[in-house]
Design a protein around this ligand. Sequence first.
Ligand code: ADP
Ligand code: MG
Length: 728
Amino acid sequence: MSTLRFHAVKQTYQREPVHIEENERRSSIFGANVFNEDTMRQYLTKEAFNSVQDAIKNGSKIERVVADHISTGMKEWAISKGVTHYTHWFQPLTGATAEKHDAFFEPIGNGRAIEKFGGGQLVQQEPDASSFPNGGIRNTFEARGYTAWDPTSPAFIYGTTLCVPTVFVSYTGEALDYKTPLLRALQAVDQAAVAVCKYFDKNVKKVNASLGWEQEYFLIDLALANSRPDIVLTGRTLLGHSPAKGQQLDDHYFGTIPNRAMAYMRDLETECMLLGIPVKTRHNEVAPNQFELAPVFDEANLAVDHNSLLMDVMDKIAARHNFKVLFHEKPFAGVNGSGKHNNWSLATDTGVNLLSPGKTPMSNLQFLTFFINTIKAVCDNEELLRAAIASASNDHRLGANEAPPAIISVFIGEQLTKTLSELENVTAGKLSPEEKTDLKLNVVGKIPDVLLDNTDRNRTSPFAFTGNKFEFRAVGSTANCANPMTVLNAIVAKQLVEFKGEVDTLIEKKKLKKDEAIFNILREYIKKSKNILFEGNGYGEAWEKEAKKRGLSNNKTTPEALKAKISKKAIDLYKDLGVMNKVEVEARYEIEVEQYTMRLQIESRTLGDIARNHIVPTAVKYQNILIENVRGLKEIYGSDFKKFAKEQMVLIETISGHLEAINSNVTKMINERKKANNLEDIEKKADAYCFKVKPLFSDIRYHCDKLELLVDDTLWPLTKYRELLFTN
Ligand code: ADP
Ligand code: MG
């Protein structure tokens, strides 16, 4: 009998929900472990406080002397909460978070010691960069990396460690992390959007991009998850027959949250409250044991940090509840995978959501300006946006008829479609007073207030307008949101700069009034962006054909999709905006291509091992039992035995057929892997893994899964889908 599987199942049945005490109101503990504005007031001198606030709000530099004051305040606060260590907390290009803890403790001779945390240590650290992915940047520049404090994301305490969010850059200034380009893109969109806002309101000084992510995940009992080598090594199941019951009854979505999962969520939410992560929504998702967690949206840089931190915290707290969190986009075949919708908008420092229709015609024109410019930006850069969400794991989801297709399109709903088609007919050049009035009253003025409730929910759209924000739905659940957020904010920034230029030209050269010029440019944009608008079913084959006709990209695999990242257009875009230079762009591309290859390599090795060393021997064992049975029947019944042994003999042959297929396909896979590994060129290698190695996964799986249906359940070594998905 397979001991690990049954032992794990038994352990799972004995679990009880962990008891969680919640004594305090959540609002009263919110941000208790964050060095936020209130805490700063308490622990910093007035000068230090003002200096940090100025850095946060206006990006000003913090003087070294002041940094000493700040670090001292931070240390006092941290020690008062039992903290012993500090770390710079950053997001290297592995996609995870990184930290290296140092103690405050410092000997000062004569057997004495103090707690120390100086300004220098707050502002900069030098972790050894050589073991993080750098895409050749280090080799080219012989540079070491350093981390530098990002005051726009507040320091926080996790456990007994003070974590200081930082950027991670090489000594020559190239970004080695996700945060640096994001900050630069946010700055670009801020500047570009403020300039456009001035057409409508001179008081606007800053525009913040906002992000509200929705994190989907699976919760699997720890013992069960650990009993599966594929889950342990790859984060997903590489094989396993679908259970009799999956999600066909639709009984999990929004259903009662199971007790153990509920205890986990409450524990997690408490930790999130302490860390200032404003989590608000929790619910069951479509697949069994699948859940979602969403916060109230925040400024994009902070929201990205919060999501990275959350994923980390989710893992840690899960262990306390004997769960394993699966973030993988497709951990189980046959049931839905997980995504991470990125809700995005732009908001001014005067409190206006630029993607929310307003009450007056003028504010609606402002809304339309940002709305149409976003659509145009997506239209012109759809391939780059697709590249931003490409990963080996998200390939399983995009286009799998449960998540948006790999084709990027924008959904805007019936009413706004109507508005755009009316705007498309605006007269070129100067507008008559009647036309202006008509536009303001009947087109722009009529963008209904009820829009918010009325926007249809087209779940098949990768990029949908949902009343007061766009929802980028194609983002994968494992993704670091910085990646898609950098692209989205950068392309919108570029678009807004162009828009401003074109409007100003019309005003100056053609002597058009401001609103006339805006109407004129928007009209052209609507015409030019039509190809990206799609209101129909994104899952249908008809859309694939139609999209092709429209010239939209349909890059189904990561190696194909990633190429857009190093197109001349992308490199120029990043360069013009100061988001990334060519070296940084190419380094990232290289890292992502290599990561793709490595992920597939690990999966392929794991699958080969499981198929050959777990499944094949088990099937042979069962076949031997059958053979023994047939032999016995022959002994008893002599030449008549076939009357009783017929089915067993069919089984014996069927098993042999599957064994042959598994073995030959694993051999084929190993050979393809060898060939791929010998390729020097990283793109060719990724292609070989994608088109030669990966297709064999499903052939091998097919036969293993068939064997699962044939072999004695008590012999089967791998924890089955029904056990993984339905025990909690
Ligand atoms: P669902 O997609 O699950 O039906 P919603 O579309 O209502 O739910 O998504 C809600 C998410 O959108 C939340 O995370 C919320 O914080 C976020 N959100 C709401 N307004 C904005 C905004 N202006 N900018 C960014 N995110 C927003
Ligand atoms: Mg959503």
